[in-house]
Design a binder for this molecule. Structure first.
Ligand code: 3HC
Length: 690
């Protein structure tokens, strides 16, 4: 039973129960429909309370989208509710989201526990509040605040909801008792009970320019998305049309969203995000260790960002570096970063002071002795890192986690420096670490499940997205990025320009193309790494020298005002000098440059990413294909509404992608060796990676 019917004297109580989040499934709709009918028919009942504990209802059951509709749908619940002569109360504890809050809007009254949260977050999964949310919420609180809530998808607290008028009363305890008493009081007071569909006072006089202005302001931001524009259309409809007409309009708009590619991608991402935090073998029996005090080695950009991320979540942080000067320099940067956040309004002064108060520094490793975790973010050099971990091994308490932020080194080799490799793990943050949300946790050969569970829990605590990677060169993200960059560079030789490639990738949805990204992060770092790796490079494979040649000219990107582009401030300007360099390089290599279509650029780059991603999954360095998607969305700006490279491949068809890989393999040789997993799935006719 997903909605249990009980009675408190003359009040009927419907308690929904569908763990873990009380998703409004077909079964729950049926049980609610029957329960409401029973209460209305019972002459001894004077009022009805719908309650869920500890969550109210987190929305429609997302897993049911795309399945055939069954009676009663969400909208079938409303006519008996709104027509009920007995008042119906929603009693909200935990989350009342999406269809859950829309159900509340069809009730006569809404009450909440102070810890409750409400919202219409459908936009986050490519949908609009199609259970009457776009028609009823503006009638309750006005078009502008309703749009603010629906377009942002944010959840707000019960107190904020009270201030907006989204709930009528907030209680600090005994929600059921308070709601029952309130229901009895209102029922006994007699008269009619408020029905939102009848209200127009809040929408009368809505500024018609509101909608056109929002459309204009957000045109770029909403590119590729269906839902935000449709939400706007629906609220405009509700502000200008009779209820029934706007309600029908909403239903059609919802179907349009449901059919949109972005919806499919965003729902894929919703489930992929939740999967990513799951580690095979880590069940409820494996408990993460408690982390409240952390050490950070290195006060550079990365170390500073990590320290900020930890302190922002309330952890005590001790930073160490080789000298007081280095620590002071690092502290100044942290203070300046926080000051910028305060001046931008994204942080309060008080929060800044709390965070700064949590970060201290010391040059002596002894100060780290009682840290629960130490994250090393020193120079990318094996000897440097091993020396650091050797010293840490001497001082850290038993059970402390040893973490390295390396992005390029073999973590098993680093781990040989300590006597407790089971406590050793990679925590690869992305720069700036206080902003970027990806945390690639890298498992070493000896890393224990408990250590993995601990860094996963830490990631959640500090607001990061944890993804588990195996210890291969580049882990998941940078290994695939290498394939991405490699093909882009070859395309330059074959006929494209940096700006054509960047524009094609941006048209696909990346916020920035690869060359602007490289120019922004600085070309010299990659150059140094390439020079070091030259000794290990397989000389029989194709190699593009363009990036090296650009560096040889002293063009290191934005910081030298020239890289792949010339810079006027931060504005990139296509540079004929680079085109000449590319032409000359191609000629030297004997490559005849011909025009490359934008579509081909995107297909080739994404196909290279997918082929590498499939190898990573098959080799066990990623737990699942959707983890690759999460890495690219959270760490590399892959457009969320495209679902990630592996999802893109499923949409294109694994067979087509495999055929493309084979075509490139035939044309370009062994760097395109087809991933065995892709070949297996394509030849078996599989349509998905799992
Ligand atoms: N449908 C189906 N499953 C859902 C779900 C939903 N609406 N919401 C959450 N779940 C599942 C998750 O996939 C997860 O499953 P798993 O354990 O197998 O991985 C489990 O419930 C727990 O979810 P979380 O890990 O996210 O738990 P949290 O406690 O961190 O967060 C939450 C809880 C805030 C409710 C969060 O899950 C959430 O934001 N859910 C989605 C809310 C939403 O988008 N609602 C709108 C749905 S669309 C709709 O209502 C259409 C209507 O307008 C017609």
């Amino acid at each position: 039973m997903t909605a249990r019917y009980t009675q408190d004297k003359d009040i009927a109580i419907l308690t929904v129960y569908n763990p873990p989040v009380n998703a409004l499934s077909a079964a729950m709709r049926r049980d609610l429909f029957n329960g409401i009918a029973r209460a209305i028919a019972d002459p001894d009942i004077i009022g009805i309370v719908i309650i869920g504990d500890p969550v109210f209802i987190a929305g429609a059951d997302i897993r049911e989208f795309g399945k055939p509709a069954t009676f009663p749908g969400l909208r079938d619940l409303y006519p008996p509710m709104e027509g009920s002569p007995k008042p119906i109360f929603a009693a909200i504890s935990g989350a009342a989201l999406g269809g859950g809050y829309e159900l509340c809007l069809a009730c006569h009254y809404r009450v909440a526990l102070a810890s409750g949260r409400v919202g219409l977050p459908e936009v986050n999964i490519g949908l609009l509040p199609g259970g009457g949310g776009t028609t009823r919420l503006p009638r309750l609180i006005g078009a502008q605040p309703a749009l603010d809530l629906m377009l942002s998808g944010k959840h707000i607290s019960a107190t904020q909801a009270l201030a907006l008028g989204m709930v009528d009363k907030v209680f600090s305890e005994d929600l059921l008792g308070a709601a029952t008493m309130f229901a009895r009081e209102r029922a006994n007071a007699g008269g009619t009970h408020p029905v939102l569909r009848d209200r127009i006072d809040k929408i009368a006089g809505t500024d018609p320019d509101l909608f056109s202005n929002l459309r204009k302001q957000n045109a770029a931001k909403w590119r590729g998305l269906t839902a935000p524009g449709k939400i706007l259309d629906c609220v405009e409809a509700t502000s200008t049309m009779p209820f029934d007409q706007a309600y029908a309009f909403e239903a059609e708009a919802f179907d349009d969203c449901l059919a949109s590619p972005a919806r499919k991608a965003l729902i894929h991402v919703f489930f992929a995000e939740r999967q990513a935090a799951k580690i095979e073998g880590v069940g409820p029996d494996i408990k993460p260790r408690k982390i409240s005090k952390a050490g950070v080695i290195g006060a550079g950009t990365m170390g500073g960002g990590i320290a900020m991320a930890l302190a922002n979540a309330g952890l005590t942080v001790i930073q160490t570096d080789v000298s007081d000067e280095a620590l002071e320099r690092g502290r100044n940067i942290i203070e300046a970063n926080y000051a910028t956040s305060v001046s931008r309004g994204s942080m309060t002064k008080q929060a800044m002071e709390v965070a700064l108060g949590l970060i201290s520094s010391d040059t002596d490793y002894a100060a780290l002795a009682d840290c629960d975790i130490v994250i090393e973010a020193a120079f990318e050099d094996m000897d440097v890192k091993q020396t650091i971990f050797r010293k840490l091994d001497d001082v850290l308490k038993p059970g402390a986690v040893f973490a390295t932020n390396t992005s390029t080194l073999d973590i098993d080799k680093i781990a040989t420096a300590i006597t407790r490799p089971q406590d050793f793990v990679g925590t690869h943050f992305f720069s700036p670490a206080n902003v970027m949300r990806l945390q690639e946790n890298v498992r070493g050969a000896a890393t224990s499940l408990e250590t993995l569970a601990t860094v996963t829990a830490l990631a959640k605590k500090i607001g990061k997205m944890p993804v588990l990677a195996g210890n291969c060169d580049g882990f998941i993200g940078n290994r695939i990025l290498a394939a991405y960059g490699r093909e882009a560079d070859f395309l330059l030789e074959e006929g494209a320009t940096p700006w054509q490639i960047d524009d094609a990738l941006m048209a696909f949805g990346f916020p920035m193309g690869i060359y602007r990204m490289r120019d922004m992060s600085g070309l010299d770092v990659g150059w140094r790494i390439r020079k070091y790796r030259e000794q290990f490079r397989d000389k029989s494979t194709r190699y593009s020298p363009i990036a090296d040649k650009i560096c040889e000219l002293g063009r290191f990107g934005q910081k030298t005002k020239a890289g792949y582009y010339r810079y006027d401030g931060r504005t990139p300007i296509p540079d004929p000098e680079i085109e000449t360099l590319i032409n000359q390089t191609a000629a030297d290599l004997g490559i005849e440059r011909v025009a490359v279509a934008d579509d081909e650029i995107v297909t080739r780059i994404l196909t290279a990413m997918v082929n590498e991603g499939a190898k990573i999954v098959d080799e066990g360095f990623a737990q699942r294909a959707s983890d690759v998607d999460i890495v690219f969305i959270y760490g590399y700006g892959f457009p969320r509404y495209q679902g990630g490279p592996m999802f893109w491949a499923e949409q294109r068809g694994l067979k087509t992608v495999c055929a493309d890989v084979e075509r490139y393999f035939a044309a370009y040789g062994k760097l395109w060796e087809p991933a065995p997993l892709l070949v297996r799935l394509a030849s078996s006719g599989a349509t998905s990676w799992s």
